[in-house]
Design a protein around this ligand. Structure first.
Ligand SMILES: Nc1ncnc2c1ncn2[C@@H]1O[C@H](COP(=O)(O)OP(=O)(O)OP(=O)(O)O)[C@@H](O)[C@H]1O
Length: 250
């Protein structure tokens, strides 16, 4: 194990027929950091995220979370250990309030589904725990708004509140800026900047302004391989990266 890594990927490989979508990928996520994963379309970013959260089985290699080998665990078991892919907006129950959405997550985490005879909304400890998570993401005053009526950015915040309810240890954020306007992107960037205090973030993102503003380290994926890992300055000035991906965005 790399010293201190919350998440450690070692020698991961995945092929689709003759195509090597993940080619000997190793990377770490350290406490408190935002590690951005960038690369051209089709480079294998989503395929990598799928293997980390367990929706896709790797052919080779290992994934450790907090020192524990999770490589063969199910998606649900990995999520229970605090590894979850966030920003699957469809996982929000749109007709339920923001509060109710978080309460369901708190309840799932507490394994209290056996108490189904107790009306969820009347359970004070659940309400308090959910409100606490909503406050941490700045949504306390939107608690009673149905999820479907929240703005795009607020839905992202609600997803994070749900992840916090599930005691997340590492965030896997897949293109959080997608579909956001310029103002929304700025607000979400500020929000993610603070979020690293809760848990480190592996951030897949095409929006280079957000990546440069947020990343402690960047890994560049091209044709399934990591061609460089470094700080923002190192990556922006790396001639190989400029040729393979950044070009005018450096
Ligand atoms: N289930 C699959 N079966 C076959 N090929 C696949 C499958 N999933 C992904 N691929 C291929 O693997 C490669 C990597 O795709 P992936 O979606 O991981 O790239 P990406 O970096 O996430 O791209 P984007 O930035 O466009 O989201 C692509 O060539 C893609 O066509």
């Amino acid at each position: 194990m790399a010293e201190n890594a919350v998440l450690e990927i070692n020698g991961l490989e995945k092929s689709f027929g003759a195509l090597k979508a993940t080619d000997n990928v190793s990377l770490t996520l350290r406490p408190g950091e935002i590690h951005a994963l960038i690369g051209p379309n089709g480079a294998g970013k989503s395929t990598l995220i799928h293997q980390i959260c367990g929706t896709l089985k790797q052919d080779k290699g290992t994934i450790h979370l907090g020192g524990q080998d999770v490589s063969s665990l199910s998606v649900a078991d990995r999520a229970r250990l605090g590894l979850g892919r966030t920003f699957q907006i469809s996982s929000l129950a749109g007709e339920f309030s923001a509060l109710r959405n978080v309460m369901l997550a708190v309840q799932a985490q507490q394994g209290s589904s056996f108490h189904f005879f107790k009306p969820v909304l009347k359970d004070k400890s659940l309400t308090e725990a959910a409100m606490e998570r909503l406050s941490r993401v700045g949504l306390a005053d939107r608690a009673h708004v149905p999820a479907a009526e929240l703005s795009h950015g607020e839905k992202r915040q609600l997803e994070i509140a749900i992840a916090l309810a599930l005691d997340v240890r590492a965030f896997l954020l897949d293109e959080p800026m997608a579909g956001m306007g310029p103002e929304g992107s700025k607000t979400l960037t500020r929000f993610l900047d603070g979020l690293r205090r809760e848990a480190p973030i592996l951030l897949v993102e095409h929006d280079m302004d957000a990546v440069y503003a947020l990343a402690d380290r960047i890994s560049v994926l091209v044709y399934g391989r990591i061609i460089a890992t470094g700080t923002v300055d190192q990556i922006r000035n790396d001639p190989t990266v400029r040729t393979a991906y950044l070009g005018d965005h450096a």
